[in-house]
Write a protein that binds this ligand. Structure first.
Ligand code: SF4
Length: 379
């Protein structure tokens, strides 16, 4: 037999072996992991060892600035000092907004799935089975919570139907998110020293982006019912949260001796479907199909991303103002600044949680004082 043919035969045999291996691999059922559900966070269960103060009960152990400052805390203070005071004293409303529930569900779904992409090599093909398993787990959890409240339960089921209708469209819209080596971190908790103030928070995602993965890019996911496109780009040019997170990341890079300025944010918007569910006329699965058809027709309406490149000057200007804001906040905590209402902030995009309290001269009977510090940073 000529040598050439022998080689050919061995190549064919090799190919067959590889194919057999692939088929064997495909046949094995994939085990998907769901590590974290925000809804599962319970008071006093922080697993972050280094993060002091996370989970501390505010009614028993008052907040001090040494516990750290998050962007939501600081922007809340500048929005309304009284609302910030109530929050830092541990007051919470027992009612959870439906929009918060939807946002929290979507964040958990994205985090868990893209962690699988980052660590386990999930592909687009995994999106559907993963999503089904995730939503089933999430709904099971919601059902156990809301067993006596059929309205809350239906609202959770609608949230899950909407997520199921949009998630695959989202994954198809952004294929770059599946590139190997794209993700560095998901829902990473950070602590950073900024002029002696401890900045804290949780970033939705961190990527390497650009040609040859040249730069850091923060990912921020937002679920929104309405998108004010006209003003959005201008507002993002000086967005407090984006610049706060970039500042914290740059402080961390500096501490680690990494000479690189992180200055890019990917602002990722997922529109919440506006179609109403009509339980008298359709089932939840019919509703989900109806929404999914609309998503397929106009994905651009549902999914939008802006990549924002901040300049070194933008960051510098922001940091000068951030330092001033932190100093005012610190003086207020020491009672060197007064507390007052901001009546302009009571009814905005969402009604302030403390409307009932302010409307009844500070009567807190509709509230519980069970608040903990930095619940959003718990794992
Ligand atoms: S209701 Fe208005 S004044 Fe009262 S805490 Fe809320 S935002 Fe402030």
């Amino acid at each position: 037999m000529p040598k050439k043919n022998i080689r050919k035969k061995s190549k064919v045999a090799k190919k067959k072996a590889v194919k057999k291996k692939i088929l064997k691999k495909k046949a094995a059922p994939k085990v998907y992991k769901i590590d974290r559900l925000n809804a599962d966070k319970k008071e006093g269960e922080s697993t972050i060892q280094s993060a002091k103060a996370i989970g501390k009960k505010l009614a028993d152990d008052p907040y001090t600035i040494e516990d750290g400052v998050s962007q939501s805390m600081l922007s809340g203070f500048f929005n309304c000092r009284l609302s910030c005071r109530y929050g830092l004293d541990g007051w919470r409303s027992p009612r959870l907004k439906d929009s918060l529930n939807y946002g929290s569900l979507y964040h958990d779904l994205l985090e868990n799935f893209f962690r699988g992409v980052m660590l386990e090599g999930y592909t687009l093909e995994d999106a559907k089975p993963f999503m089904n398993l995730f939503l089933e787990t999430w709904l099971e959890h919601e059902r156990s919570k809301d067993i006596t409240n059929p309205r809350a339960l239906q609202s959770s089921e609608v949230c899950a139907a909407q997520a199921s209708a949009t998630f695959l469209g989202y994954c198809e819209m952004w294929p770059d998110d599946f590139e190997p080596g794209r993700w560095i971190e998901l829902e990473g908790v950070f602590e950073a020293d900024f002029h002696g103030y401890l900045l804290r928070g949780r970033m939705d995602g961190l990527q390497r982006a650009g040609k040859k993965r040249k730069y850091y890019r923060l990912m921020e996911h937002k679920t929104k019912a309405r998108i004010e496109e006209e003003a959005l780009d201008r507002r993002l040019a000086f967005d407090f949260q984006n610049l706060f997170y970039l500042t914290a990341l740059n402080c961390q890079l500096k501490t680690k001796g990494i000479d690189e300025l992180a200055r890019v944010v990917y602002y990722d918007i997922i529109r919440r479907p506006g179609q109403k569910f009509n339980p008298d006329k359709e089932s939840l699965s019919d509703y989900s199909v109806r929404v999914k058809e609309d998503v397929a027709k106009r994905p651009d309406h549902y999914f939008k991303r802006s990549e924002i490149f901040y300049t070194a000057k933008d960051l510098e200007r922001f940091q000068e103002e951030l330092l001033i804001k932190l100093q005012i906040f610190e003086r207020w905590l020491k009672d060197e600044e007064p507390t007052f209402k901001n009546e302009q902030a009571c009814v905005a995009k969402w009604n302030c949680t403390f409307l009932d309290a302010c409307a009844s001269a500070g009567n807190m009977s509709n509230y519980v004082q069970t608040g903990e510090l930095f619940v959003e940073l718990k794992d």
